[in-house]
Design a protein around this ligand. Structure first.
Ligand SMILES: Cc1cc2nc3c(=O)[nH]c(=O)nc-3n(C[C@H](O)[C@H](O)[C@H](O)COP(=O)(O)OP(=O)(O)OC[C@H]3O[C@@H](n4cnc5c(N)ncnc54)[C@H](O)[C@@H]3O)c2cc1C
Length: 475
């Protein structure tokens, strides 16, 4: 079993192994033998997420009900083995991997949409519903669930809430937290609580819903979510524009505000991103483009047309060339394909991608990108920048070869400097991917000691035996 030795505390060492036969037969009695995996080959895939480092669990369980999860956590507290909740397993900070071993609790079987209420504008879903399935289900009713992480086809609602996921529509519609009205949660010792409710206003007691959102599976396991919905906009439209410099492109952003336009999405791609997608997929992007911007808007058909014209005017005035406006859904998809192609396209630059998601006030995006380019040059590391310029959340990707330890170490130093720059510019180290174990060593760069201590005390109060997802956030 993989163990990350620096993470082991004496308390961890005193734990019972989850592969103890008594523990396994109790787990089997709770979920049923067919929903318990122990074979090393079958548990192995549950030991990694999008970070691609391996920490195989001792066992994987797939409960169907809240009561089963409660029983598993009570057993874990008695026998003292770690439990790590897992959604779609596409997190970027190792949140779902069991770095201290124990049991992975997969929510795949809890995949029912229980209720959609068009009148009261909410949907009640289990945690194992994929973001995509939820979006499709509500759109069939003329309703809209805006949070849209790019991983939406694979990510689960439980994982989205635990990470407080953002997405390209965050500019106008905000992040997952803004859509969570209420939760059912199993606390680390097995108590079942309900937070919030089904109303859009609710100020009774502390905001436990807010506490659980973004808690990265460390404070409880979400077993049901009531999510706020909006009416589905009648139309959407997208414009793509090329620029000579990133600074020029970003200077257009306040122009939208001046024209009273709030884009749904406002993404940028830097020169290395453009070269990567163009050389792999030949989209026909202008060879003179060193920055690319994608702007989407929505509303009624008339509003959308009018807003797109305003967007084009602002972009042209700001120096844009090679402007393309999508007129149909298919054309819109084609424009967004450039952005979607980035992940596969940049793989050619290295076998290891250190994918960061720093965030700065949006007016500082050009400063951030220029500073990152300078860091890349200084550490002799290839860097690709793209992302959500509309909310200042930029994906900085340092590329290197996994097999070259010296290059990896230079890239890691570049990451640390990038975090320092983001903070210096008034931002922070993560806008949407969270901390997990990957960013845990940098937590104290972003938070003051009293804040970290407060968080540790909340964790200690709810989870005194450190059962739920140990080895994350605090090293
Ligand atoms: C290609 C790609 C694109 C991405 N794009 C975005 C993006 O645009 N925006 C964004 O925000 N993120 C993005 N991500 C990161 C990731 O997809 C999100 O963090 C997503 O929310 C993870 O969901 P998941 O179901 O895979 O969670 P997992 O990776 O399985 O788990 C993430 C965390 O949630 C906890 N967890 C899971 N289920 C529960 C539960 N039921 N109760 C309590 N805790 C739970 C886990 O313990 C873990 O700590 C991207 C990732 C990839 C690979």
């Amino acid at each position: 079993m993989a163990m990350n030795h620096f993470l082991q505390s004496p308390r961890v060492r005193a734990r019972t192994s989850a592969s103890d036969s008594g523990v396994l037969s109790s787990l089997s009695a709770i979920v049923g033998e067919e929903h318990l995996l122990v074979d090393p080959e079958r548990v192995e895939p549950y030991g990694q997420d999008a970070v691609k480092e391996k920490f195989p669990p001792e066992a994987v369980v797939f409960p169907r009900t809240t009561a089963e999860i409660s029983a598993i956590l009570r057993l874990a507290n008695e026998a003292r083995f770690p439990v790590t909740a897992r959604g779609g397993g596409v997190g970027y900070t190792g949140g779902a991997v069991p770095v201290e071993g124990g049991v992975v609790l997969g929510t795949d079987r809890m995949n029912q949409i229980k209720r959609i209420s068009p009148d009261d504008l909410y949907v009640v879903a289990e945690p194992g519903v994929t973001t995509y399935a939820l979006q499709q289900a509500v759109e069939n009713e003329g309703l809209f669930y805006p949070p849209d992480p790019s991983s939406y086809k694979a990510s689960f609602i439980g994982g989205n809430i635990a990470e407080n996921a953002g997405g390209i529509r965050s500019v106008k519609y905000g992040v997952t937290r803004n859509y969570v009205l209420g939760l059912q949660v199993v606390l680390p010792r097995g108590e079942i609580i309900r937070t919030g409710g089904r109303t859009s206003k609710n100020v009774v007691g502390f905001d436990l819903t807010g506490l659980v959102c973004g808690s990265e599976g460390m404070l409880g396991i979400i077993t049901e979510a009531t999510l706020r919905l909006l009416p589905l906009p009648e139309a959407t439209g997208t414009v793509r524009a090329a620029f000579k410099t990133m600074r020029e492109a970003c200077a257009c952003i306040p122009g939208f505000t001046g024209e009273r336009v709030t884009p749904v999405a406002l993404e940028v791609l830097d020169r290395n991103s453009i070269n990567a997608v163009e050389s792999m997929f030949a989209f026909g992007l202008s060879p003179e483009a060193t920055a690319l911007m994608l702007v989407s808007v929505d509303g009624t058909v008339e509003e959308t047309e009018r807003t797109l014209s305003i967007v084009e005017r602002v972009l042209r005035y700001g120096g844009a060339f090679d402007l393309v406006r999508a007129r149909t859904k298919v054309e819109e998809d084609r424009l967004w394909d450039v952005r979607r192609a980035l992940s596969p396209a940049i793989k050619r630059y290295g076998t290891l991608k250190l994918n960061e998601d720093v965030v700065v006030p949006r007016s500082r995006v050009p400063d951030l990108i220029e500073r990152v380019e300078e860091i890349g040059r200084r550490f002799n590391t290839f860097v690709v920048n793209f992302g959500h310029a509309g909310d200042g959340n930029i994906h900085v990707n340092y590329m290197c070869d996994r097999e070259d330890p010296e290059a990896v170490s230079r890239a890691r130093e570049a990451v640390k400097e990038t975090f320092a720059v983001a903070i210096e510019l008034g931002g922070t180290i993560s806008g949407e991917h969270g901390i997990g174990y990957v960013k845990a060593p940098y937590l104290d760069m972003a938070l003051d000691p009293a804040s970290i201590d407060t968080m540790k005390r909340i964790k200690q109060t709810l989870d005194p035996n450190n059962i739920l997802n140990p080895g994350k956030m605090f090293t």
